[in-house]
Write a protein that binds this ligand. Structure first.
Ligand code: ZN
Length: 233
C-alpha cells in the first residue's frame, strides 16, 4: 500500500512537471529575444514545431514580408538560422558570409534595408564555435609560409585589424579558448560596427532598435546570447 501511495505521488509530480513544461513552451514570447531563445530551446531539446513552412505561408508572405529579426551569421553549413531558431518562411532576414563580417557595404546595406523598409527592430550578430575563418586568423600562415587565396586573406586581414580581436590575440589565451574568445570578440566588433553605422545615419529610425550578440555551439545546438552584447538605442 505504501509503495502504491509513493508511486501515485511520483506520477502526480511528473504530471505537474510536464504541465509546467508545456505551459512554458506554450506561453507566447513577448520580445524578439524571447522568441529567438524559445525557438532555439525547441531546436536543441528536439521539440521543433517547424512553423511557417507550408504552402499557406508561401502564399501569405508573397504579398508582404514582415521578418521579426535580422540575423547576421557565418556561411558555415552547420549554422542555419531558420532551423536552429525553429522559424519559417518570412520570419528572419538572414545575412551570411564566412566569418560573419559586418563591415561590408552589402551587409550594412542589407541591415539598413530590413530596418528602414521592413520595420525590423532587432538585429542579431551571431558567431559560432570553431569558426573556420576565426581559426584561420588565429593560426596565421602555416610554417611553410603558405597563404590563403587573395579574397580569404582579405577577410583574415580584416578580422586581425579589429580592436576587439587584437585584445584577444595579445592575451595569454591559447588553443580552443583563444579561438572562442576571438569568436566572441568578432561578434562584439560586429555589434559596435552596426551601432556606429546606424547612429550616424539620419534616415534610420532608432526607437526600439536593439542589437544582440550570440554564439552558436555546433556541438550542442545551443545559442548562447552574450550578456555584454546587448545594445538598445
Ligand atoms: Zn564560421
Amino acid at each position: 500500500m505504501k509503495k502504491l501511495h509513493s508511486t501515485f505521488l511520483t506520477a502526480c509530480s511528473l504530471l505537474i512537471l510536464s504541465c509546467a513544461t508545456l505551459k512554458n513552451q506554450n506561453s507566447e514570447p513577448s520580445t524578439a529575444l524571447e522568441r529567438l531563445q524559445a525557438g532555439n530551446a525547441r531546436f536543441y531539446s528536439h521539440h521543433m514545431k517547424h512553423p511557417d513552412q507550408g504552402p499557406k505561408r508561401v502564399e501569405t508572405t508573397a504579398l508582404k514580408q514582415q521578418p521579426f529579426a535580422v540575423v547576421v551569421t557565418c556561411s558555415d553549413s552547420r549554422v542555419a538560422p531558420e532551423i536552429l531558431f525553429d522559424e519559417g518562411i518570412g520570419d528572419l532576414f538572414v545575412i551570411r558570409n564566412a566569418g560573419n563580417i559586418v563591415e561590408e557595404e552589402d551587409v550594412l546595406a542589407s541591415i539598413e534595408y530590413a530596418v528602414v523598409h521592413l520595420g525590423v527592430r532587432t538585429i542579431l550578430i551571431m558567431g559560432h564555435e570553431e569558426c573556420g575563418a576565426i581559426q584561420a586568423m588565429v593560426a596565421g600562415p602555416d610554417h611553410a609560409g603558405h597563404h590563403e587565396p587573395a579574397h580569404i586573406e582579405a577577410i583574415l586581414d580584416k578580422l586581425k585589424k579589429e580592436e576587439e580581436e587584437k585584445a584577444v590575440l595579445d592575451s595569454p589565451a591559447r588553443g580552443q579558448e583563444r579561438v572562442h574568445q576571438c569568436v566572441v570578440a568578432n561578434v562584439m566588433h560586429g555589434i559596435h560596427a552596426v551601432e556606429d553605422t546606424l547612429k550616424s545615419e539620419d534616415m534610420v529610425p532608432k526607437e526600439g532598435l536593439s542589437i544582440l550578440g550570440a554564439v552558436y555551439d555546433i556541438h550542442s545546438g545551443k545559442v548562447v546570447f552574450l550578456p555584454a552584447g546587448r545594445s538598445t538605442f
